[in-house]
Design a protein. Structure first.
Length: 232
């Protein structure tokens, strides 16, 4: 469950008129608490937007939703994964963030503050959600904690993909197939635990960027495999 103070939750739901970004690796917990506090409302007064990539259409949906005065006095817009808004969508969202209707409660739930454009960051109230401690996550591995960024959800995904990483290391699977950020993190965790001779940080950042921008990842994987990634 989220560690958000009850007074803050109450303020976000009933009083805060400025757009808010709740930012942290486990924002889903904060969402559940706030959604429970909102309670049962008319579908005309609650809009939830989510997706791995949120484009301009998502912003248009929000604008159309907020165009009509609510019957209950308040309209809620919950953007789940607000940092998944594309740069174009964020730019299109600026006017609404700058001057939201007085009855609007706009809440963005984000994993990374840095994924929001500076112009968006300047228009929302940032509420950081603290990462969990190693004790709370029940992990003794410093590398595992580092790779999960103190996130319960990320740690679960990391552990779920560790067997995949082992199969890649044993050449039972192709590294360049069926890849995502969690599998990549599990593979690097394996490398670090086995002290593989590779410039981990540099390659990790390059591959993370490649996955984010959907470039030709196979070419990057192949280059990395040919230049010294070996698990002993």
């Amino acid at each position: 469950m989220s560690d958000l103070p009850s007074a803050l939750v109450y303020s976000l739901v009933t009083r805060m008129s400025a757009p808010v970004a709740l930012v942290g690796p486990d924002w889903q917990e904060a969402y559940e608490v706030i959604r429970e506090k909102i309670g049962r409302v008319s579908p005309q007064d609650l809009l939830e937007i989510q997706g791995e990539t949120l484009g301009i259409d998502a912003v248009r949906t929000i604008e159309e939703f907020l165009a009509f005065v609510p019957g209950s006095g308040v309209k809620y817009v919950l953007v789940l994964g607000g940092d998944n808004l594309t740069p174009e969508a964020q730019n299109a969202f600026l006017k609404t963030l700058e001057e939201p209707p007085r009855y609007a409660r706009v809440l963005l739930f984000c994993q990374r503050w840095s994924n929001l454009l500076p112009t968006v960051r300047s228009r929302v109230v940032n509420i950081p959600l603290p990462a969990k401690t190693r004790t709370e996550l029940r992990t003794k591995s410093a590398w595992e904690y580092l790779m999960s960024s103190g996130s319960k959800n990320a740690l679960e995904q990391l552990r779920n993909n560790y067997d995949w990483a082992l199969k890649v290391a044993d050449k039972e699977l192709l590294f360049s197939k069926d890849i995502d950020s969690y599998k990549l993190a599990a593979f690097y965790l394996l490398l670090m635990e086995q002290k593989a001779p590779v410039m981990l940080l540099k390659d990790m950042l390059e591959l993370e960027a490649a996955l984010h921008y959907n470039v030709n990842t196979e070419m990057i994987f192949d280059r990395m495999l040919m230049t010294g990634v070996k698990v002993k």
